[in-house]
Design a binder for this molecule. Structure first.
Ligand SMILES: [Zn+2]
Length: 303
């Protein structure tokens, strides 16, 4: 079963809906970062939320950065989403592991913290990126986003995020998310109908694990609300780093720093934070970057 990002409407168009089925995406993040069980759930939830928010982006240069800056042992979690629900992300400490919480679930709030700040930076090719922020009050991530949308963007929202991890291997069995946002003209009775449905939505991830297709699971869960699907995308965990970008970053360090690396270390090894890719530069390669920097290539970056 492939990952899916489905956009649509509920109740004759009065409510916006975005759903993600993201097992492969979360599994790719787990493997890239060597995520522990609880961190697979934590970063997986954040990545799926970011993918759902990025589904609306319409330009290649637009992106959304989400920073979950809690006071837990995992440190900061960062995710960046691009057009079409393509995401990358990392946690300061991917290895934090905790016992299951009182409900027998992975203790996400224990790992990321119940206090701190959630920041959302929407960079939409405008002059200034839009930065929204709100305090973290829950730490299970979905409720924190519902709170963020309501307090920072004045948008009431129902947010569900779930990751099921194999207790033995840590592999992702199923992962899904749902973002439901009533439009301003949504009648009160439709909001009441949504609220009545909210308690059933956490069944979504289990249904996918049992083999439901994403569309069928949505119809099974939300059929009474008349879902219409308007767009389907393939979300992915994929980094946009490249050797070329890392070279540009090295050049931007300036001549002195590069000369220092050549002299003291005889080379450089850089690891991309977002995907764990390693980039190795030997002495000759660094020397040619130094020559480029000395010829004026780094003038822009030095300023
Ligand atoms: Zn990368």
């Amino acid at each position: 079963m492939n990952d899916k990002l489905i956009r649509g409407l509920l109740m004759e168009g009065s409510v916006n809906m975005t759903m993600i089925s993201g097992r492969e995406l979360v599994e790719a993040a787990r493997q890239a970062h060597g995520l522990s069980h609880v961190m697979t759930a934590a970063l997986g939830r954040l990545l799926m939320q970011t993918a759902m928010m990025s589904a609306q982006l319409k330009s290649k240069t637009d992106n959304i950065t989400v920073i979950f800056d809690g006071d837990g042992p995992a440190g900061r979690l960062v995710a960046v989403g691009r057009e079409g629900g393509v995401v990358k992300g990392y946690a300061d400490d991917p290895s934090v592991e905790l016992p299951l919480n009182g409900k027998g679930k992975l203790d996400v709030s224990g790992a990321v913290g119940k206090r701190g700040e959630l920041r959302v930076i929407r960079d939409l090719s405008l002059k200034e990126p839009y930065v929204g922020r709100c305090p973290i009050t829950d730490g299970e991530i979905a409720n924190d986003f519902a709170n963020y949308f309501f307090t920072s963007e004045q948008q009431p929202s129902l947010v569900y995020l779930g990751v099921r991890v194999d207790p033995a291997s840590g592999a992702v069995r199923a992962a899904s998310g749902l973002l439901i946002q009533p439009l301003p003209f949504c009648p009160e009775r439709d909001i009441a109908a949504l609220e009545a449905k909210a308690s059933e939505i956490p069944a979504l991830t289990k249904m996918l694990e049992e083999g439901f297709e994403a569309e069928d699971a949505l119809i099974e869960l939300l059929g009474e609300l008349h879902p219409e699907f308007t767009e389907k995308l393939e979300p992915r965990f994929m980094c946009d780093c490249s050797r070329q970008k890392i070279e540009a970053a090295l050049v931007s360090l300036g001549r002195d720093e590069l000369a220092d690396m050549i002299e003291k270390d005889g080379g450089a090894e850089l690891t991309c934070r977002f995907c764990g890719s390693r980039y190795v530069f030997n002495k000759e390669e660094l020397t040619s970057l130094l020559e480029y920097a000395s010829s004026g290539g780094a003038e822009d970056a030095d300023r």
